[in-house]
Design a protein around this ligand. Sequence first.
Ligand code: PMP
Length: 438
Amino acid sequence: TRAPERTDAYWMPFTANRQFKKAPRLLASAEGMYYRDTDGREVLDGTAGLWCVNAGHARPRIVEAIKRQAETLDYAPSFQMGHPLPFLLAERLADIAPAPLKHVFFTNSGSESVDTALKIALAYHRARGEGQRTRLIGREKGYHGVGFGGISVGGLANNRKFFGAQLPGVDHLRHTLDLERNRFSRGLPKHGAELAEDLERLVQLHDASTIAAVIVEPVAGSAGVILPPEGYLQRLREICDRHGILLIFDEVITGFGRVGEAFAAQRFGVTPDIITTAKGLSNGAAPMGAVLVSDAIHAAFMQGPEEVIELFHGYTYSGHPLACAAALATLDTYREEGLFRKAITLERYWEDAIHSLRGLPHVADIRNIGLVGAVELESRPGVPGARGYEAFARAFHEHALMVRCTGDVLALSPPLILDESHIDRIFERLAATIRATA
Ligand code: PMP
C-alpha cells in the first residue's frame, strides 16, 4: 500500500499532532517486534505501538479470534440484547484484578474509561446521599485522555488550554517530579509520603465533604514517565480513606504487565477503588477499554436506589464482539506466555541498558520501571520540546526504531515478548540516534 499523494499535516484525518508535517511516515504491516513502513523499511517497535501492543504484533491466535468472531456475530446492540463474550471477559478481568475490584464496565478507549470512571464516582456518592461530593482532583501533568472529563482532571496545558471552561470544581495535586527529581538514580524517588500530603492541603482548602475522587496515573506516561515516589500512592490511599474520597488509578498504560504485574496497583501494593484500563486489554488489535470497580461502587452505579436506576450510561460499542474476542485471545496469550512477569524478569537488564545511555550528549535524566523507560534530554531555555518531535522522530525512523518523543522526553515501552537481544538492539539504535542528533 502506497501513501496517498497529499500528506501535509492539516490533512491528517486522525490526529491534530503536527509531528507528521514535514516527514509523514506511514506503516503498512507489522509482526512480532517489528513494523514495516510503506517504503518496506523494517522498524523495531520500542513503544508497543502506543503503549498497547503488549503481546507483540499480529499474533495468529488474536487474529484468528477476531476473524472467527466477525464471521459468527459481528455486532450486538448493547442496550437491547447482549451477547455472552463481555461476561466471560469481565470474569477473566476480575480474576487478574486486585481482589475487591470484581465488576467491569466496558468502553472503547482510555478516554472513555476515564470519563466513565469519573461518572461512576459521582453516581456512587449521590446514591449514598452524598450528592454534594462533586469535586474531582487530578494532578499537574496528569494525562487522562482527550474527553472533557479527562482534560479537566488532566494537567498537561496543551491538552486543555484551548478548550475553554471544563468540568467545574476540579483541582490538581502538585506534580511530584518538580519536587523530587530522579537524576539518574535507580529505583523509586524518595519522600513520597510527604509529597502526598499535598492532598491533605486540597482537603483543607475545599473541605473533604465536597470531594468525590482523586485520579492519578500510578506511573505517569504521557508527561514523560514519572515514577511514584516511595510511599506516595500508599499515603494518597490513607488520606482518601480518612475522608471518604474515592481513589482512581488510571492504568491505561500501566495495566496488562507493563510494570510486572497485571496492574500497577499490585506492583505498588495499593488498591484503588476504581481502575481505568484500555490499550493492552485488546493488544491494540481492536479498540476497547474497561473500568474495574468494587462491589459497593458497582451497586451504587448499577443497582442503587430508584433515583439511580434511572441513570443511563453506555456506548454503542461497549463490549463489542470483535473487541471482546480480541481481548479474550490477548488475555490467553498473556497467561500462556507468562508475559506479565516479563517486566520483572527483564527489569534489571532493561535498567542496565537504559542507564548505559548516561553521558551521551544532552541526556539530562533517565527513569525506568518494569519495561518502561524514559530518556529526558536537556531543554533549550524557553523552548519546551526543543530536542523532541520532528528532528528526533525523523532520526529514529532513519535508525529503524520506534520511540515516543514527548517534549524533551524519549519514552520507551516495548512489547513484552522481547528478549535481551531486542533490548540490546533498542538501545544501540537509541544511542546512535541521540549521537546523530546531538
Ligand atoms: N489515560 C492514560 C494514562 C493514557 O496514557 C491514555 C492514552 N495514552 C489515555 C488515558 C487515553 O486513552 P485513549 O487514547 O485510548 O483514549
